[in-house]
Design a protein around this ligand. Structure first.
Ligand code: HEC
Ligand code: HEC
Ligand code: HEC
Length: 87
């Protein structure tokens, strides 16, 4: 019974992706806001996820390179410290 429920839920996810959160915030140096939904809508999942989309562990280093900033440099998103780190 439980197994069946998991299968049904996975199928639902595959058909209509529902995020755990539309917007993520990272606190440390000020607050960085990542709007997952608007990024996903405009760029498509495969811009950031390889294979089946799943959680990405962000680190300071990855955020400042391939996970966030590299694409901003290439496609015109925010690249200055205080454009991402808002007080
Ligand atoms: C594209 C957005 C972006 C830009 C531009 C950016 N950062 Fe970040 N930075 C992040 C994100 C996201 C994290 C959080 C990663 C995490 O959760 O560990 C982070 C983490 C950090 C942290 C660690 C904070 C903590 O306490 O964990 C520091 C310090 C930092 N950035 C400084 C800077 C400085 C200085 C600049 C400019 C040279 C800069 N960042 C530019 C997105 C950005
Ligand atoms: C601009 C990059 C980017 C795009 C585009 C993107 N994601 Fe993500 N996604 C992330 C990051 C970063 C995380 C991790 C956020 C966190 O937990 O701090 C994540 C987390 C997730 C997770 C696990 C947590 C959750 O919210 O459920 C799923 C599932 C997911 N993404 C699916 C998708 C799907 C499906 C799409 C396309 C419709 C998509 N993503 C588009 C960057 C992106
Ligand atoms: C694959 C490309 C790509 C990746 C990866 C990406 N972004 Fe962006 N981002 C963009 C683009 C393009 C814009 C400009 C969109 C606009 O202004 O209409 C943008 C805009 C933003 C903005 C300003 C607008 C808003 O949504 O508030 C923030 C903040 C931001 N991104 C944070 C992040 C963070 C944090 C990450 C990493 C977790 C990230 N982005 C990863 C492409 C990307």
């Amino acid at each position: 019974m439980k197994k069946l429920l998991v299968v049904v839920m996975l199928a639902t996810f595959a058909a209509a992706p529902a995020f755990a959160a539309d917007v993520y915030t990272y606190e440390g140096k000020g607050v960085v806001t990542f709007n997952h939904k608007t990024h996903a809508d405009s760029l498509g999942c495969e811009a950031c996820h390889q294979g089946e989309p799943a959680k990405i562990e962000l680190t300071k280093d990855s955020a400042h390179k391939e996970a966030c900033k590299d694409c901003h440099t290439a496609k015109g998103g925010p690249t200055k410290c205080n454009e991402c780190h808002v007080k």
